[in-house]
Design a protein around this ligand. Structure first.
Ligand code: AR6
Length: 179
């Protein structure tokens, strides 16, 4: 599914965040220490190689909602943007911190003149954020931010399974009913 919002194309696909070779930057659902860990972070660090953890070390720790950028090393992407999502119900208000994570990732991308960014569903794994609530915050924030972006022209949500993809499509259809 894809919609146009201002100059930005917003796309929803099912897939693996480490296998998006046409995107200039991918977003990592990181931990505060920016270490490999499991889930998205584990997959990104495995695919990027050990140089990624080296590059991350001086940038850690980060706070919920914060975003930092590194090269992509052995990934097909030029950059990895690392964000720390909120632990649902512990880092509060979780909705605002999750919105900050998306907004700050887009700001960092734009500041580096990045044209395309792929996001996973931040906080919806180990951090326990319910998928539909997270999709509402994520998609609303990206749609709101779209008009402010100077360089980013393509935002892709990469959902790991069919259920997550369906939820995002439903939420986006609701937020953008005319397209
Ligand atoms: N591509 C796309 N989506 C994925 C992939 C993948 N390769 N792998 C998992 N997902 P999570 P969080 C989905 O737990 O909740 C880590 O251990 C997954 O199904 O990676 O922000 C870090 O070190 C889920 O829907 O991120 C942190 O400690 C979503 O991506 C902590 O987990 C996010 O799952 C961060 O937790």
């Amino acid at each position: 599914m894809r919609v146009e919002k201002g100059n930005v194309t917003l796309e929803i696909v099912q897939g693996d965040i480490t296998k998006q070779p046409d995107m200039e930057a991918i977003v990592n659902a990181a931990n505060a220490e920016l270490m490999p860990g499991g889930g998205v972070a584990g997959a990104i660090h495995r695919a990027a190689g050990p140089e990624l953890a080296e590059a991350c070390r001086p940038l850690a720790p980060i706070r919920p909602g914060q975003a930092v950028i590194t090269p992509g090393f052995r990934l097909p992407n030029r950059y990895v943007i690392h964000v720390l999502g909120p632990v649902y119900g512990r880092d509060v208000p979780s909705d605002r911190l999750l919105a900050d994570a998306y907004r700050n990732a887009l700001k960092v991308a734009d500041a580096h003149k990045v044209r395309s960014v792929a996001f996973p569903a931040i906080s919806t794994g180990v951090f326990g954020y319910p998928m539909e609530e997270a999709a509402q915050v994520a998609l609303k924030t990206v749609l709101e931010e779209a008009s402010r972006l100077q360089h980013v022209r393509h935002v892709r949500f990469v959902l790991f399974d069919e259920r997550a993809r369906d939820i995002h499509e439903k939420v986006l259809a609701h937020l953008e009913p005319t397209t």
